[in-house]
Design a protein around this ligand. Sequence first.
Ligand SMILES: [Cu+2]
Length: 125
Amino acid sequence: MWKRLGIGRACACRIERSRRLFLVLGATQLLAATLLLAAARADDGASVTIDNFTFSPQTLTVAAGTTVVWKNNDDIPHLVVANDKSFRSKALDTDDSYSFTFTTPGTYNYFCGLHPHMTGTVVVK
Ligand SMILES: [Cu+2]
């Protein structure tokens, strides 16, 4: 009787353990898929880096609805300010980023609020 109960418990425990393993595997796959998606999104070119007082790429073309991320790799702060004032970041310190989602097709010229000679363009199709 006791022995049987013990076996029963062991069985339940084993099922529980395999279920947990399954969950962990599922979570790992989900994480991997998310990372892949993030990588794919970065490959879309919807990101602009700021390096050595330069926005790169200088002109970025994206589809409407795309979120563009600017990241400052310089040791000094920069801003991202639209000429038409449709978007404006706060001062971005080193490694800070700013994102803006472009919903309306058009050509958006922007500059750095601290260094106006730094300019860039986002073309939204
Ligand atoms: Cu600047």
